[in-house]
Design a protein around this ligand. Sequence first.
Ligand code: GLY
Length: 573
Amino acid sequence: MKKLLLTICYFSYFVGAYGQSTLSIVGPGKEVNPYLYTVQKRGEFKQAAVSSAHPLASMVGAVVMKKGGNAFDAAIATQLVLAVVYPNAGNIGGGGFLLGRKVNGELIGIDYREAAPASASRDMYLDKNGNAKLNLSQNGHLASGIPGTVAGLFTTMNYAKLPFSQLIQPAIDIAANGYVLTEKEAASLNSVKDAIVKNSTQANAFVKSTRWKVGDTLVQKELAATLQRIQQEGQKGFYEGKTAELIVAEMKRGNGIVSMDDLKNYQAKMRAPISFNYRGHQVISFAPPSSGGILLAQMLKMIEKYPVSKYGFQTRKSVQLMIEAERRAYADRAEFMGDPDFFKVPIKTLISDDYLAKRMSDYDSDKAGISSNIKAGVIKESEETTHLSIVDAEGNMVAVTTTLNNSYGCRTVVGGAGFLLNNEMDDFSVKPGVPNMYGAVGGEANAIQPGKRMLSSMTPTLVLKDNKPFVVIGTPGGTTIPTSVYQAIVNMIDFNMGVGDAIDKPKFHHQWLPDEVMVENDFDATTKDQLQKMGYKISMRGAIGRTEGIKFLPNKRREAAADKRGDDSVAGF
Ligand code: GLY
């Protein structure tokens, strides 16, 4: 039995031994040993850094840069490894957004969000009486949108330096020969076993007769073969030929509707990022079909005229102000945001100074706001997604957030192809005005239409100071994503925290409706009591998000931090 050594190292200075010139980097005695690895929560690196949800993925990204790749090469290789070692959310069966800034200042926004199949329709999840059949938008084949990740990776190749065949090799090696499970991963696979058995039509690597335990090796031969087809045939190795046939065969066995044409026609799209200023910093984030960038701009700009640092970190006064900004921004989400190719999203107005000043005109620092006075609706959605932040030696910055939606997506493994499909169709409003299983509502802006991309909350974000790289950040967490990024940025800019502290501090979240503030269990008890006395309803909860961030220090070193809340890990050199 191969042994797992899992330790947590704080503030370690990583000096890698990446001497070899090929990307045969995975295996015992090589740069990335999938049978013996450590979680590293912090690192200060001279040149390049990666922070992601899994140590093996971060290590591969760092080695790729050590061997001549840039941050875009690393983003491709890291995502592919996450598709193997982090099946909860890493994927080739889902979608995501990449936000990049080249050292010459060029901004790059790649939208590879899943899309509704051509035969999808507005009422596809309603029964004959008009009632929503939520099980179908969340579980099994019909819940899946057309996957976008592989198209996103090949679009990212326009900015990369190394051949794709090299960048995918580490993922193939780990899938073919296996990696050792951490305790959290073993528990996670055990918890989802019944759902995967129920929703999949064929045997797969995630399900075995006995329970998974820490130290077990997970081998994914079918996934390795799928990745090899992509290595050999490029994007067509996924969207056409054998992989596409396996996806469509799986759809037919489970009454899904993704067709060969849907796959062949899928394309990633370039999106102009959302860019705005906050206290002398330029913040850049993702545009619709994600709501993330708009929400982040709205919340930060709504609090900018208030002296937040004087109010004090997570005092009653600063938290109350930030909650009221959150409430107002999320009230706009359901009404105004959707796929901009199908619905005109009034981006300029939503983030304009005049509009946001009006939104805060009824703000009262002595009174709890009331959501029913602001706008009707309920917003809540699944929280399983994953984020990676990367910087390279040249100063290129890349933030990627990618998702299957729910943890393990629709819990359907494509028979013979070894990967999980998303359940992103549930991010649409399955019936305008009616909440889905997670409570999300929307209207026309986010109604289902063939080819349309469902509204997201993903918020991959870059921050510049004096027009130079300052921070790369993002997180999973469904509707809590924009508020997590917002709070981490306030912690760094208003409270001058290092990126690790900024990420690990307790979080709070208000999303307009339900009209309550969710706070993490370690949130300050005095502030909580004071807010409750003002009339805020507070609910305690476990971890919010798993944020990964990298900050450029004045001495030009890169301070990388991985969230304390998971096995998230940094690497670099
Ligand atoms: N499925 C989570 C999101 O896109 O926000």
